[in-house]
Design a protein around this ligand. Sequence first.
Ligand code: SF4
Length: 231
Amino acid sequence: MHNKVWSRVLWVYRREKMLGNDRLDFRRARETLRDHSGLSGNIEEKVTMKEIDELKSEMDGCRKCTIAKLRHHAVFGEGNLKAPLLFVGEAPGETEDLTGRPFVGRAGKKLREIFAAIGLKEDDFYITNIIKCRPPNNRNPEPSEISNCAKYLDAQIKFMGPKVICALGSFAACRMTGSDLPIGKMRGKAFKTDGAAIIPTYHPSFILRNPAMERFLKDDLELVIRTLKGT
Ligand code: SF4
């Protein structure tokens, strides 16, 4: 098999293992690769705006996970779907659940403050999460929730074809890279794929709890900008 294909199969294999799919073997990873969209599938295959709108409506009524019972809103994402930069966080928090908008709570405000400081404007990116419903008490997303919700994020990635995906926090970083390294070991680097460069960094809620780490988040966002510019 071609090296590029093998590297994608390996990526899917690792990701599915991370999602708790212990029965996956390389043959099934290949099938998953064929069936999935977004980074894990055929990135050349296009998703139309109509399909994105349909998926958004589908998500509004989605009850695949038990957490759907507790939500006020599922949060699809916000921003410019034609931008070359995608931010992916973990899950909506309380304010996001109440408003239906991503990254509008305290952590989101912190992130947007840093964006403004480094010159990133709202139109420069799209921002979403790996799961679209809020887990109770902001607990970590379950592997089954990440897996159930993959179709929405995969379609967003496929539609955008972003040049850079910045993964905010360890769950997003694992989901996007397929690696299970701690976020402290993944951040500060650009992971090259056939499609986007993936740049993991700290989640802004971690920065709120650890203000001394803000400089690392800024450094990583500057790496995002340099990677976008190809410098
Ligand atoms: S987290 Fe995603 S898959 Fe699960 S119910 Fe919400 S929208 Fe559906």
